[in-house]
Write a protein that binds this ligand. Structure first.
Ligand SMILES: [Zn+2]
Length: 217
């Protein structure tokens, strides 16, 4: 038996109804939708004891026992996951969990952001007004456009709120969104780059006049 399976059996069986057979016991467990993100990636999986985790996902069984585990264990052991509509996730469970964690990160950052004090103005608009616009749009759409991400990241830097750019996403399907991205100057592009996918960066490099101008200099 691998050390991974050995540790997992040792940790899971005492908390399960089934005390002997690991593959029966693991079926009692499901993901509760609770997760924790840590500042440093150094947490330990309570199932297999692997360390270096940035996220803990909570699993529970029918007798109410709980373990905080890594996304890999949920994927490898096929632990049950239901989405917010009660539909079972059967494929790419790890990707699903990481995506959930990123969404939560963005939500938490927006909440912190909405609680910070807003004195000052930009181009005739109060920060309060601009911040609220940004938050309202996020709340109705669940995403940001390139211009808003640029604004938000700048504000977060000024407010000294630590965030992970790669948790934020930009949807470029609409023409208007593409135009907004291309209109970002180099310094703005550099600021939001972490939120762009490889193909979105490529798109900017190939199409923005600001990138070309910077290259020519
Ligand atoms: Zn694990």
């Amino acid at each position: 038996m691998s050390i991974w399976l050995e540790n997992s059996a040792k940790n899971l069986l005492p908390l399960s109804v089934e005390k002997e057979n690991f593959s029966i016991a693991i079926k009692e467990w499901f993901y509760t939708d609770e997760l924790i993100e840590y500042e440093e990636a150094e947490e330990i999986c309570e199932l297999c004891e692997k360390d270096g985790l940035r996220y803990h996902f909570q699993i529970k069984n029918e007798i109410g026992n709980i373990l905080w585990v890594g996304s890999k264990c949920i994927e490898k052991f096929g632990i049950t996951i239901y989405d917010e509509n009660g539909v079972e996730i059967t494929e790419n469970k790890e990707a699903y969990l990481i995506n959930q964690a990123k969404k939560k990160h963005v939500k938490d950052i927006v909440l912190k952001f909405s609680n910070c004090t807003k004195a000052g103005r930009i181009k005739g608009h109060s920060l309060k007004e601009l911040d609220e616009y940004c938050i309202r749009n996020y709340n109705s759409e669940g995403k940001f456009d390139a211009k808003m991400i640029n604004y938000l990241f700048q504000r977060l830097e000024n407010e000294k709120i630590r965030f992970r750019a790669n948790c934020f996403k930009i949807d470029l399907r609409a023409e208007e969104s593409k135009r907004m991205l291309l209109n970002l100057k180099m310094v703005q592009y550099q600021r939001i780059k972490g939120a762009l996918s490889a193909s979105q960066r490529k798109y900017y490099k190939e199409n923005s006049k600001y990138f070309k101008a910077a290259e020519d200099n």
